[in-house]
Design a binder for this molecule. Structure first.
Ligand SMILES: Cc1cc2nc3c(=O)[nH]c(=O)nc-3n(C[C@H](O)[C@H](O)[C@H](O)COP(=O)(O)O)c2cc1C
Length: 218
């Protein structure tokens, strides 16, 4: 890696892999993202998917404002950082159930922490499409919850054969694209945090009246 870039205002990133597997390709990709972010002056909070483990969601468990520990941990770490980067496997053309489950649990806090939060999605798979279809599925709940999901996503194809021993990518063109993708995201997060140029406006939507049964998102 080239010299570190410290010419930035401070930004911090929650980086995690949505795989629990020991030799996960997505964890490898997430760890490579850590190196790139640190090289460019960002701070990283690396999380293990096991940190956010939750029981299968069941509304009947929501008694006395109950939230599982994993959801509490996810919420805290979202709020402690400026943005998140998720590297997620693709299962059957979609996202793994465990990540949807923690999103569902974490969406039950008020205020819910995904609103106006920045996220970058990436994937790794042995397939030729690199798990990219799963990311389109993963965008949906995040965008539903008001997350600013970065338009450019990164999917690593034939990931089982893509890494060098030191965790870098064998293909130099791909390595540059990966780094450029992350740096562009870092620029956006930095600008959003430190150089806001638009003010919030109150927009009233009269179409839906608040009620316990229909209240899903703010
Ligand atoms: C239940 C299941 C479904 C899968 N479906 C897909 C799929 O739709 N597309 C794909 O590219 N890979 C699929 N795979 C293969 C995963 O991409 C591969 O196991 C990958 O290594 C998982 O990510 P990880 O290494 O980070 O755990 C599937 C694997 C499992 C276990």
């Amino acid at each position: 890696m080239e010299q570190q870039d410290n010419n930035r205002e401070h930004t911090s990133f929650l980086v995690f892999s949505a795989s629990l597997r020991k030799n996960s390709l997505n964890t490898k990709l997430a760890k490579l993202a850590v190196k790139v972010i640190e090289k460019h002056g960002g701070t990283v909070d690396f999380a293990d998917m096991a940190d956010f483990d939750c029981p299968t969601f069941n509304q009947d468990l929501e008694v006395d404002n109950y939230h599982p520990e994993g959801a509490e941990a996810f919420r805290k770490r979202i709020l402690a950082n400026d943005a998140m980067i998720v590297s997620s496997p693709e299962y059957n053309g979609s996202m793994p159930g465990n990540i949807k489950n923690i999103i569902d649990w974490t969406s039950r806090f008020r205020p819910q922490p995904f609103h106006q939060y920045h996220a970058l999605l990436m994937s790794a798979s042995p397939s030729m499409a690199g798990g990219n279809r799963g990311l389109w599925a993963l965008r949906v709940p995040f965008e539903h919850l008001g997350t600013r999901v970065y338009p450019d996503m990164f999917s690593l194809a034939t990931a089982h054969d893509a890494f060098n021993e030191d965790g870098s990518l064998k293909d130099k063109t791909l390595a540059k694209r990966f780094e450029d993708n992350l740096v562009a995201f870092m620029n956006l997060v930095e600008a959003s945090k430190h150089y806001p140029c638009i003010k919030k406006a109150w927009v009233e939507f009269l179409g839906e009246k608040p009620a316990k049964e229909t209240e899903r998102v703010e």
